[in-house]
Write a protein that binds this ligand. Sequence first.
Ligand SMILES: Cc1cc2nc3c(=O)[nH]c(=O)nc-3n(C[C@H](O)[C@H](O)[C@H](O)COP(=O)(O)OP(=O)(O)OC[C@H]3O[C@@H](n4cnc5c(N)ncnc54)[C@H](O)[C@@H]3O)c2cc1C
Length: 388
Amino acid sequence: MDFDIPEEYRILRDSIRRFTDRELIPINEEVEQTKKIPDGIIDQMKEMGLFGILTPEEYGGMGMTVVASCMIQEELSRANICYPMFISGNIGIGTMGIVHFGNDEQKKKYLPAMASGEIYSCFALTEPNAGSDAAAIETRAERKGDTYVINGLKHYITRGNISDVFTVVAVTDKAKRHKGMSAFIVEKGTPGFSIAKIQHSMGTDICQQCELVFEDCAIPAENLLGEEGQGFAIAMGVLEEGRLSLGARAIGIARRLIELSREHAQLRVQFGKTIAEFQAVQWMLADMATELYAMKTMLYDAAWRLDQGNRNRARAGMVKLFCTEAIGRIADRAVQIHGGMGYMEEAPIESVYREVRGMRIYEGTSEIQRLIISRDVLKNGLKSLDYD
Ligand SMILES: Cc1cc2nc3c(=O)[nH]c(=O)nc-3n(C[C@H](O)[C@H](O)[C@H](O)COP(=O)(O)OP(=O)(O)OC[C@H]3O[C@@H](n4cnc5c(N)ncnc54)[C@H](O)[C@@H]3O)c2cc1C
């Protein structure tokens, strides 16, 4: 087994790390207060090619691996999860459906502009009556001549308010349940399609969630992604990669929280000693670092296997489950080590604590990951963990 990082990855990681340290961490307070990423930073991210990490080179992207994408997201998350979230549509769920299932025309039309960041994309599956039970969606797409007419409501759609292109999953054949779902490309401005409202949340207000409404929204039939009935498979495919991305983001956040907690513990004096000298604090740091190591090992193993073409929903579920639960525990200990300061808005810990809470919910709750994993264990034993 060879766990060395290839030289080109090391160079890439170091350049993103420098960008994060020099440009992003110093503006953390401003970004938290204004709830906005400065335009100049977004432009730099575009120049660095960060909106096209996974898009094939022939369509203007960097054509990189999932491992590289995870490394980049890990580094950006050290500053704030809003950065990987901001590019998440273009490097993940809003674009990968087109990369994997789009036809030539669709790829040529959308991918270059998505890879450069000229347009933004997002993914719309969840509805008020269909969250964990994605196969229960009610949004309908009815074929009428050369069009599909979409009617329905989506909610909690990240970056819907700024996106130009939406991958929308809708029912084309109700009787077939999940096999009667299809995915469509819907452009902003299509008559009958509107953003009803922004849904403010506990912690992701820089990349907001939105409610989308479709009222007799007619889109060209050629905007069907893949084939009729493939919508559920497309959704599950993009979510598999998305779940690894969440693992990478949790790792980046964990690193920052441990760095901050270590610094604080070595500076803060109580009872005539730094609190780092108390074993209770040392053990919290030890547990945080140990969980981080487990998160890293697990994520990069799963990402590497995915790059080898070895897809496995249960493995992606394990990464999502473990990393997002672990970051919750790590954030909790970071608050504890910072004492009152960890609870106050003026210090950087409080907002991170709120942000990471959502990670156990979006892209499939922890309970749904356990469902996926346990089904796999019952059916296949521990095959998902074997190296062939
Ligand atoms: C910040 C944020 C961003 C999001 N971004 C997007 C997006 O861009 N696109 C998109 O399509 N969706 C998005 N979502 C939606 C997200 O994927 C759903 O919220 C999530 O899948 C859970 O669905 P729900 O909220 O309806 O909860 P529910 O499904 O109602 O679940 C409620 C509770 O019941 C539990 N539960 C449900 N079924 C079972 C079961 N079978 N066994 C055990 N427990 C169960 C759940 O685990 C949970 O604890 C986002 C959500 C959030 C919070």
